[in-house]
Design a binder for this molecule. Structure first.
Ligand code: ZN
Length: 274
């Protein structure tokens, strides 16, 4: 296992953002009793030791979904939660062939065996479900199911601090990119479920890019779904992760910014709209 370094920033009295060497982040929430690590990044280093420098509370892991850039090195921990709807994604992503290809293409690593890669949890997952709360002592995390990017995709709400962690569920360029992702119509329903919590948070965090979004992001992505469902989006053809996708809104050349300056965009498969 490579021992690349992490960096971190403290975002609130109970919350830290930990960023890995590829620019993906995860979140540590620590209360007076326990600490919860929301995702583990690509895990190119010992994230367990890094986390132990930030908190002396016992740490358990909650995986927001089963993509490799969110669950690397989760195998260093004993207690790991995952929405079991994501088990088919987990099995596919952790298969030997897929992991070696991902290491070579995305992480630019030269490895011949998956044992050289960061260990991914392979025990029985603790189940994660919509509405589930974790009381950490002075801070409570409530999980919200937002099926779309993956079938078991979960967001986290830090109740006492009015912070929502959208993860990959809703963002600058949401990817409904493969056979596991929802169609646009189902995804829109998930976003409406997330919107039920809108009065309970003031801040939105994500795991990629700028990591922070304005609250309007959610409405903007719901609007993306409406445009796609009405056949009125820009429908820009784009290749990503080996799939031919369409992008809802055109981008300013050389950027990820929409022409109208709003934040929130959607990538989808032509055959998975309704
Ligand atoms: Zn993802």
């Amino acid at each position: 296992m490579r021992n690349d370094s992490y960096t971190h920033e403290k975002l609130s009295p109970h919350l830290w953002r930990i960023i890995d060497s590829t620019g993906v982040c995860c979140y540590l929430v620590a209360g007076t009793e326990k600490a919860c690590l929301l995702d583990t990044t690509n895990g190119l280093g010992n994230i367990k030791e890094y986390v132990q420098c930030l908190t002396d509370r016992p740490v358990f892991v909650v995986l927001t979904h089963a993509h490799l850039d969110h669950m690397g090195s989760s195998g260093l921990f004993d207690e790991v939660y995952l929405n079991l709807e994501d088990l088919p994604v987990y099995r596919f992503k952790t298969s030997k062939g897929h992991r070696l290809l991902d290491a070579e293409r995305r992480l630019k690593l030269q490895v011949s065996d998956i044992s050289e890669l960061p260990p991914i949890y392979d025990g029985a997952f603790q189940p994660l479900f919509d509405g589930q709360c974790f009381e950490l002592g002075g801070i409570t995390i409530q999980m919200i199911s937002v099926k779309g990017h993956t079938p078991g995709m979960m967001c986290a709400l830090l109740k006492e601090e009015a912070i929502a962690i959208f993860g990959d569920a809703c963002g600058v360029a949401v990817m409904l990119m493969d056979e596991f992702s929802s169609n646009v119509s189902e995804y829109r329903e998930s976003l409406l479920h997330l919107k039920e919590y809108e009065t309970q948070y003031d801040v939105v965090y994500r795991n990629h890019g700028t990591f922070t979004s304005p609250k309007e992001l959610l409405d903007n992505v719901i609007e993306c779904c409406d445009l796609v469902l009405a056949g009125k989006d820009d429908r820009v053809p784009i290749q990503a992760h080996g799939h031919d996708l369409f992008l809802c809104h055109k981008l300013k050349p050389g950027t990820y910014e929409r022409m109208d300056g709003k934040e929130g965009n959607l990538l989808y498969l032509a055959e998975k709209v309704k």
